[in-house]
Each structure stands twice: as C-alpha cells, then as structure tokens.
Design a protein around this ligand. Structure first.
Ligand SMILES: NC(=O)c1ccc[n+]([C@@H]2O[C@H](COP(=O)([O-])OP(=O)(O)OC[C@H]3O[C@@H](n4cnc5c(N)ncnc54)[C@H](O)[C@@H]3O)[C@@H](O)[C@H]2O)c1
Length: 251
C-alpha cells in the first residue's frame, strides 16, 4: 500500500485490459487516478471499480485538443500531474500483412499508437515540470523487437514508441527536467486485444507453446511493471525497456 501515495496519474486506454488493471493498481497504491479512454462506458466502469480516488475523461489520444483539455483540467482540478501511463493503443484488423494493409489503416494505426504517445509526452512534460517532476510510461510491445508479418503497421508503430521513449528520456534528463520516460513491452496478454489475435483454440495452443513460461500474461502482470516505473522506486531508471513477456524475447 502507498507505493504511489498522493501522486496524480493519468492512465490512457484505461477502459479495458492493461489500462484498467493499471488504473486499479495505482489507485490501490494510493494514487489519484484520471482514467481516460475513447470508450466512455469502459472508462466509467473502471472508475466505478476503483471507487473513491478516480475520475473519468473521454479522450481520443490521437487528438491534440483532447490532450490540452485534459492536462489543463488536471492542473486546475488536482493541481499537479506526476505520472502518465501512455497506454491507449489499437491493433487493427488481424491479419494485416504489408501487402494487404491499406494506407488508411496504416495511418490510423500510427495516428493512435505513435502520434498519441508523442502528444502525451509533449503535453505531460511541461505539466510535470510545473509539478516538480514526473514519470511517463509508454506502452510499446514485444512487437518492437520482432517481425510481425500479420500485424505490419502495429509492429512498426510499437518500434517507433520504443525509440521515441529514449529520445524523450534523454532530452528531459539532459535538460534537468526531472521527468523520466520508459517503455513497457508486454508479450501476449489476455485482454480483448490479446484475444483478437488468437482467433481459434489451435492458434492459442500454438502461441502458448512459444512462451517459455508456458502461459499467457494477465493485465496485472503489466500493471505491476508500470506501477514500479511510475513510483519513486525507479527514480534512477529512464530510457529503459521493461519487457514482460514470459521469456519470449529471450529466445
Ligand atoms: N494485449 C496484448 O497482448 C498486448 C501486447 C503488447 C502490447 N499491448 C499494448 O498494451 C496497450 C493496452 O492494450 P490492451 O491489451 O489492454 O487492449 P484493450 O483493447 O483491452 O484496451 C485498449 C484500450 O484503448 C482504448 N483506445 C483505443 N483507441 C483509443 C484512442 N484513440 N484514444 C483513447 N483510447 C483508445 C480502447 O477503447 C481500450 O479501452 C496497447 O497499447 C497495446 O498495443 C498489448
């Protein structure tokens, strides 16, 4: 209890899966959580599950006006911003190879998964500086390290998040901003998104066999990593990649 006591943390894509588990864990560890999602019903359900110290903001992370409104609103209402879990993402139609992917699908993927993360860093950093410092955690993927022939734009988007995270981390560190920035890299996690790329029992069994630990991850497995990176326990950690994947990236 209390690992992030009284920190104000914005969690995007918190209406489902990893974002919801992260919002709940941060709140349980003492944070004041702003739950944001494009899906209002999902976001409100997360706030209900948390109980007291959370509120919901409807948020399309690919829209800069939404970021401005939400970050300004947090500074007005909560008075500070200490953490951002830049987690919202889409995986698009499955399968989507580079030959079948349309330009429209490719652009939408990069708009949410890359531009959304960029806008989050851009607008959170000044607010965090004003708040005495902060920590940003960008959700990338195991896909940032491996070829993803059936998810071509998705893999490209997560590779961009991995690299951009280091740029933000080093720029902030060199300028003495007291803002850390790290990426988390989930493997195959049982959320609506994770399940969408495992359409049959056969596909699940095949995938499970590729995971050294022998099972899929749960949203909480990633939430614990994000909690660590948001908390002051990771005060010396910036620009790093936290891979949480049951060992897949090590083989
Ligand atoms: N589940 C996995 O296996 C896995 C693996 C690697 C990385 N990830 C990443 O983890 C993050 C969370 O994914 P998840 O598995 O919890 O998926 P999910 O589909 O359960 O949740 C994603 C949430 O993001 C929201 N969202 C989508 N577009 C948005 C937008 N433009 N603005 C705001 N919110 C938006 C959705 O409404 C949803 O609530 C994503 O960035 C995803 O790419 C997931």
């Amino acid at each position: 209890m209390g690992r992030v006591a009284d920190k104000v943390v914005l969690v995007t894509g918190a209406g489902s899966g990893i974002g919801r588990a992260t919002a709940k864990l941060l709140a349980a560890e003492g944070a004041i959580v702003i739950v944001s999602d494009i899906n209002a019903a999902g976001g409100q359900e997360t706030v209900q599950q948390i109980g007291g110290k959370a509120r919901f903001e409807e948020h399309d992370t690919s829209h800069e006006d939404d970021w401005k409104r939400i970050v300004e609103g947090i500074l007005e209402r909560e008075g500070k911003l200490n953490g951002l879990a830049n987690n919202a993402g889409i995986s698009g139609p499955y399968p989507a190879t580079f030959e079948t992917e349309t330009l429209e699908q490719w652009r939408r993927m990069l708009s949410v998964n890359v531009e959304g993360v960029f806008l989050g860093c851009k607008h959170a950093v000044p607010a965090m500086r004003q708040s005495g410092g902060g920590s940003i955690v960008n959700t990338s993927s195991l896909a940032a390290f491996l070829a993803t022939p059936d998810l071509s734009a998705y893999g490209a988007s997560k590779g961009a998040v991995r690299q951009f995270t280091k740029t933000v981390a080093i720029d902030c560190a060199r300028k003495g901003y007291k803002v850390r920035c790290n990426s988390v890299h989930p493997g195959v996690i049982m959320t609506p998104m994770g399940e969408s790329v495992l359409p049959s029992d056969k596909a699940r069994d095949r995938m499970k066999k590729r995971i050294p630990i022998g099972d899929f991850g749960q949203p909480e497995d990633i939430a614990y990593g994000i909690l660590y990176l948001i908390s002051d326990e990771s005060r010396f950690v910036t620009g790093t990649e936290l891979v949480i994947d049951g060992g897949m990236n090590a083989i």
